[in-house]
Design a protein around this ligand. Structure first.
Ligand code: FES
Ligand SMILES: [Fe+2]
Length: 331
């Protein structure tokens, strides 16, 4: 199957979800995490399970910037280090050797990002889209789909479904005939746009979509308006899609929120149309073993799958040979 890209920053939450003094439980990549803001307002995350007796830490409280377990009051800092063990009189020899698993997080562009891969001394910058300006009015919503995030990404790299799946919304009036899809690949970025036929006479640059792997995407669907999506893995068969509208059309506070809310209501209808077909695609995580017979207009999907395959192969080549090492699937 297509594997997750490693050594990358993944969006895992909207920064606004992590409120000061309030631990936030989140399931991500099949694991239960608890996020909170430490004494400096920085976001931290550890496994949502106290190593002492297995209690979920999100039911505890934030104390002096650390998360405190609700059962016996052990505390952990953002590096997973135990800082208090009241029942043992905070005995330093014991406390300093006691820890839980922590995650490397960053907060940027209004999102929480998790580093998935090997820990390192210096982490790379988080790549984002120049099209999105910090001063743009924004409105964010989210939905959960019952499938793997790779399927969700592939759906957003697909132009030819528009007149079929969205015939009465964004694909209305589009020709169901021949389409030419253009793709440009630049490192972790895949940009694509389509010639959609004479019905689409435009007085401006064609709309394009762009993915920055591993899990963020935009669509420049109108002048001064961009849809942003983050495809956040909950587990193998569930994905939280965060949808944020960035716009410079209506900037009056209050009105811009209402406008964003209405636009996102429409966006949710469109996503619901996608959801039916995407959730029905099997297996939930596509795999090179079950061949799908892709065609030239699938070029952006092909580019994405090649990116995943190339990296997985490179990883295997760099692993030491071992008799029990998992075999590479037949391409
Ligand atoms: S279970 Fe958390 S401190 Fe005991
Ligand atoms: Fe769609």
């Amino acid at each position: 199957m297509y594997e997750d890209l490693q050594d990358r920053w993944y969006v895992i939450a909207d920064a606004a979800e992590v409120r000061a003094g309030k631990p936030l439980p989140l399931r991500r990549f099949g694991e239960d995490l608890v996020l909170w803001r430490d004494g400096h307002g920085q976001v931290a995350a550890v496994l949502d399970r106290c190593p002492h007796r297995g209690v979920p830490l999100h039911n505890g409280r934030v104390r002096d910037g650390d998360i405190e377990c609700p059962f016996h009051g052990f505390r952990y800092d953002g590096r997973g280090q135990c800082t208090r063990m009241p029942c043992e009189g905070d005995e330093p020899g014991l406390v300093s050797r006691y820890r839980t698993r922590a995650f490397v997080l960053r907060e940027a562009h209004g999102w929480i990002w998790l580093w998935r891969g090997q820990p390192r001394e210096h982490y790379p910058e988080i790549a984002y889209f120049d099209e999105l300006r910090p001063g743009d009015a924004q409105h964010t919503t989210s939905v959960v789909w019952n499938t793997n995030y790779i399927r969700c990404i592939e759906n957003q790299l697909d132009f030819t479904h528009l007149p079929f799946v969205h015939g009465n919304t964004i694909g209305k009036g589009m020709s169901k005939g021949r389409m030419i899809v253009h793709t440009r690949i630049d490192g972790d970025r895949i940009r694509a746009w389509a010639d959609v036929g004479p019905n689409e006479a435009r007085d401006r640059e064609p709309a394009y979509l762009e993915l920055i792997a591993p899990n963020i995407w935009i669509l420049t669907f109108a002048k001064r308006m961009v849809n942003f999506l983050a495809f956040v893995p909950i587990d193998e068969t569930h994905t939280q899609l965060y949808l944020r509208l960035y716009q410079r059309v209506i900037t009056v506070p209050g009105l811009s929120w209402l406008f964003g809310w209405m636009m996102n209501l429409a966006n949710r209808v469109v996503l619901q149309q996608d959801r039916r077909v995407v959730e029905a695609s099997l297996p939930p995580r596509p795999t090179p073993d079950v061949r799908e017979m892709l065609v030239p207009t699938d070029a952006p999907v092909i580019a994405y799958r090649r990116m995943l395959t190339r990296e997985a192969k490179a990883r295997r080549r760099s692993l030491p040979l071992h008799a029990d090492a998992p075999r590479e699937p037949t391409p």
